[in-house]
Design a protein around this ligand. Structure first.
Ligand SMILES: C[S@@+](CC[C@H](N)C(=O)[O-])C[C@H]1O[C@@H](n2cnc3c(N)ncnc32)[C@H](O)[C@@H]1O
Length: 245
């Protein structure tokens, strides 16, 4: 295992000019993050691979100067490593828990990211109304919710044509085979699993990418069709006992 003070050799390339600040953030996670229960004590030795690099390589999937929201940011993952690796991004860290928001504020201050990174206390999808509905080009989420619920939570926050990038485990392919219809009914298109960091990091990040489809005239997104899809699936699970009406 790589100790926190000894980052992998690829880290300077991934973080570029933000590398020294990434070291500061890694130290912060390994000390205050662990002490305050935001990071498990066993994570301290594998912070770079599993958390910092895993998050930062997702920069490959984000356009220049995008407005990004990290929903359920926790200790700042993936939002803070991305902000460090990509100084062109404007990042909002959305998190409902007070003590996590406090840690995030402290981290943003220590890393000098004020002005470009904002901490917002709130919960998706309600926070979409607080900021501005469909305010973001990119909506990120790691370890937040099952795909179908995630799609419904994130859609109100993303612009039509904007993307959801959900950092997932290897099981996402199977998860997607079940959830695809529901995601499309909610208003997502071009739903696909992509890998970020291939040829750069040891363990590339698996990401569910989907584009917010432009609303169709006369059709409300995430409405009737979603319920029909859900009923149809329930009918299938129930062996045909229920009927989609
Ligand atoms: C399992 S943690 C993951 C934290 C971080 N993304 C990571 O990967 O380490 C889930 C986080 O989502 C937050 N959360 C839960 N429901 C949420 C919601 N509806 N909107 C925004 N954040 C939420 C929790 O407070 C928690 O910090």
């Amino acid at each position: 295992m790589v100790p926190v003070y000894n980052p992998p050799s690829v880290a300077p390339e991934v973080f570029g000019a933000g590398f020294e600040l990434a070291r500061v953030y890694a130290d912060l996670l390994a000390t205050a993050g662990v002490e305050r229960g935001l990071i498990g004590p066993r994570e301290a030795d594998r912070l770079w691979e599993r958390h910092l690099l895993n998050s930062a390589v997702v920069a490959e999937a984000i356009d220049q100067a995008a407005a990004v929201v990290d929903v359920g940011s926790g200790a700042g993952l993936p939002g803070i490593p991305l902000a460090l690796a990509r100084p062109d991004l404007r990042v909002t860290l959305l998190e409902p828990m007070q003590r996590r928001c406090l840690f995030l504020q402290e981290a943003v201050g220590r890393l000098g990211l004020e002005g470009r990174v904002t901490v917002l206390r709130g919960r998706a999808p309600d926070a979409a109304a607080t900021v501005e509905t469909h305010a973001f080009d990119v909506c990120l989420a790691r370890a937040l919710a099952p795909l179908e619920r995630l799609g419904a939570m994130l859609l109100p926050m993303v612009k039509p044509g904007g993307v959801m990038l959900a950092l997932r485990g290897a099981g996402v392919v199977e998860e997607l085979s079940i959830a695809r219809g529901e995601l499309e009914a909610q208003g997502w298109r071009d739903v696909a699993v992509v890998k970020c960091g291939v040829g750069r990091v040891t363990d590339p990040t698996t990401v569910l990418r989907a584009v917010h489809a432009a609303p169709q005239p006369g059709r409300r997104q995430g409405s009737g069709k979603t319920r029909e899809t859900r009923r149809g699936r329930e009918a299938q699970r129930a062996g045909g006992r229920a009927r989609s009406t």
